[in-house]
Design a protein around this ligand. Structure first.
Ligand SMILES: [Zn+2]
Length: 116
């Protein structure tokens, strides 16, 4: 079996895509870190796949890695820098999530801004 390169990147067969994503996300790396880690690999819709991998990871969800502020982060709206845990908590609903019975549910998520 030969190697296939696309735009100077090694093409990953579809059958190995999930395994590669699993390895890259092994320590719950962010999408950006995963992209950097496997920069030399190519497959169709790679960026979208990596984003989905992080979004669908329950451990990342529970750690609040998938939360995005609805307030634009710029100088005017910048959150204050905290000096210790529990100084600033961000609380929001996440979902809908489909549970094991197929019902839509919302999760109340709380993230400590200091440890985020
Ligand atoms: Zn994860």
């Amino acid at each position: 079996m030969g190697l296939v390169f696309v735009a100077n990147k090694l093409a990953v067969p579809r059958s190995l895509g999930e395994w590669v994503k699993q390895i890259a996300h092994g320590d719950h790396a962010s999408r950006a870190k995963m992209t950097e880690m496997i920069e030399m690999l190519y497959w169709l819709n790679k960026a979208k796949d990596l984003e989905s991998k992080v979004k669908e990871c329950i451990v990342c969800f529970q750690a609040g890695k998938n939360l995005h502020s609805v307030i634009p982060q710029n100088e005017k709206n910048k959150l204050p820098v905290t000096e210790r845990p529990l100084e600033l908590l961000q609380i929001d609903f996440f979902g809908p999530i489909i549970d094991e019975k197929g019902k839509k549910k919302q999760k109340l998520v709380c993230v400590d801004n200091h440890s985020k």
